[in-house]
Design a protein around this ligand. Structure first.
Ligand code: DI6
Ligand code: FE
Length: 393
C-alpha cells in the first residue's frame, strides 16, 4: 500500500520536520518499507490522502496513567493557598492516591485507566509509558504494572513500563528501610515477572535523596534495566547528574537543572523530558534550561505526566502547545519531543520517525503544515490513526 498525495513530516534529520512536501509512504505488513518524494515512489497500490499531513504516531513518554482516586480536593486546597509540598507533607498528595490505588484490583485499575488512555489515543498516540509508584507495597506495585501491561490487550498500542516504587515514602516508614525492604525486593519480583522496561525514581526533598535512588539504580544495573529519574522538579538535588552517571534514558521535569547538568546529559545521551502540565498546574516559575539543552545538544522530549495530582492532563497535543508557549520550544522542537526524542527517552529505535524498517505507526492530520499541530489548543485535527500498518481510528 502506497500512501500518496500527502505532506510527510518524517521527523528525520536534514530539513525541518524531515518534511517531504509531495511525499509517499510505502507500507508492507506492519512496517514502513519506503518513504520519499512521490515522483520516486516504487509501484504499488495507491491510497490518496487528500493532501493531508502525515506524521509518525505520537509517543507519550512519561505518564502515571494507572491509578485510582482523584485529587480534586487538593486542587481546591492549592487554590486556597496550600503548596504541593505542604499538602504532600501533611499526608495528602501522592499518598492520597496511594490509599485509593492499594484498594483497587488490577481489573479496577485497568478500567479506570482506559478512558484516560482513550483520550491520549484519540490524538494519535501509539506508544505510552506508564509508571508504577502509587502502590508502595510489593504487591500493590506489581498490580499497577500488571494493569499497565494489560492495557495492551484492550487497545491497539504499545505500553512501556517504568518501575517507580521510589516515588514516595509510605506513611510511618523510614525511607532507607523502605528502599531495602520494599522497593528493591519489589524490583526483583517485578523484573522476574517481565513487568519492568525501565527503573524510575523521584529525587526530591519530599521523596528520596540521590544516595537512596542510587541504591535502586545499582539493582537496575545488575538486572540490565535502563534508568530514568524525576529530577530537579522543585529544587536542585543532583538527581540529573546521578541519572547521567548511570547512562540513563532520561531526566524528567528538570526545571532546576543547571548548565553542568546539561553537559552531563549530553555526554551520557540522556534525554531531557519536559513536563509543562506539571509546571502549569503547580504555578511554577522556574523555567527548564532550554537554552543550555540546545547549546549542549541535549535531546528534549515533551510528555503529559498524566497523573491525578500535579498534572491531570490527558492531551499530548496540549503538552506540545504548552511546550511552545510556556517553555518557548519551537513547534519543530515540540513535535520532535513527542516523536523521535520521546522514542529515545524510552530506548526505542523503531518508532518516532517515518523511516524504512520502522513500525507503520502513523497519524494523518487534517492540517496543511506541522506547526498547526502546535499552535492551536483544545482542537484535535486527527483524521486517521495507523498502528502496525492498519487504520485503527
Ligand atoms: N512528579 C510528578 O510529576 C508525579 N510524580 C512525581 O514525582 C506526580 C505525582 C502526584 O502528584 O501524584
Ligand atoms: Fe511524573
Amino acid at each position: 500500500m502506497l500512501l500518496v498525495n500527502a505532506t510527510v513530516a518524517t521527523m528525520g534529520e536534514g530539513v525541518p520536520y524531515g518534511l517531504i512536501p509531495d511525499g509517499a509512504v510505502l507500507l508492507e505488513g506492519d512496517r514502513v518499507a519506503w518513504v520519499g518524494p512521490r515522483s520516486e515512489a516504487p509501484e504499488a497500490e495507491a491510497r490518496d490522502m487528500g493532501g493531508r499531513l502525515i506524521t509518525p504516531a505520537l509517543i507519550d513518554c512519561h505518564t502515571h496513567l494507572v491509578h485510582a482516586g482523584d485529587r480534586a480536593r487538593e486542587f481546591e486546597l492549592r487554590l486556597e493557598g496550600a503548596s504541593y509540598e505542604q499538602i504532600a507533607r501533611e499526608g495528602g498528595g501522592i499518598l492520597s492516591t496511594v490509599t485509593a490505588t492499594r484498594a483497587a484490583s488490577v481489573d479496577d485499575l485497568v478500567a479506570l485507566a482506559l478512558p484516560r488512555l482513550d483520550a491520549l489515543l484519540s490524538e494519535g498516540v501509539a506508544v505510552v509509558e506508564v509508571k508504577s509508584g502509587y502502590g508502595l507495597t510489593i504487591e500493590a506495585e506489581l498490580n499497577m504494572l500488571r494493569a499497565a501491561r494489560a492495557l495492551e490487550q484492550h487497545r491497539p498500542l504499545r505500553i512501556i513500563t517504568s518501575f517507580l516504587a521510589a516515588h514516595a515514602v509510605p506513611p510511618g516508614a523510614d525511607a532507607d528501610a523502605y528502599i531495602d525492604e520494599v522497593c528493591i525486593p519489589a524490583l526483583h519480583q517485578a523484573h522476574a515477572e517481565g513487568l519492568v522496561d525501565a527503573v524510575d525514581g523521584f529525587c526530591e526533598g519530599i521523596a528520596f535523596t540521590p544516595a537512596q535512588i542510587e541504591r535502586v539504580f545499582e539493582v537496575a544495573k545488575a538486572l540490565g534495566l535502563p534508568v530514568k529519574l524525576h529530577a530537579e522538579q522543585l529544587s536542585h538535588l543532583g538527581g540529573t547528574e546521578l541519572v547521567a552517571r548511570y547512562g540513563g534514558l532520561s531526566s524528567d521535569h528538570v526545571e532546576y537543572a543547571t548548565e553542568a547538568d546539561a553537559r552531563a546529559m549530553a555526554d551520557a545521551g540522556t534525554v531531557a523530558v519536559l513536563l509543562p502540565g506539571a509546571f502549569y498546574t503547580l504555578h511554577e516559575t522556574q523555567m527548564p534550561p532550554v537554552d543550555a539543552f540546545r547549546a549542549h545538544g541535549v535531546p528534549m522530549a515533551l510528555a503529559t505526566d498524566a497523573n491525578p495530582g500535579s498534572s491531570p492532563m490527558f492531551s499530548l497535543l496540549l503538552a506540545v502547545n504548552m511546550g511552545c508557549t510556556l517553555f518557548r520550544l519551537t513547534p519543530e522542537e515540540a513535535l520532535r519531543g513527542v516523536t523521535v526524542n520521546a522514542a529515545k527517552a524510552l530506548g526505542l529505535d523503531d518508532c518516532g520517525q517515518i523511516a524504512a524498517g520502522n513500525r507503520a505507526d502513523l497519524v494523518v492530520w487534517d492540517v496543511k503544515q506541522p506547526a498547526e499541530l502546535a499552535y492551536r489548543f483544545g482542537f484535535n485535527p486527527l483524521a486517521e490513526r495507523w498502528v502496525g500498518g492498519e487504520v485503527v481510528a
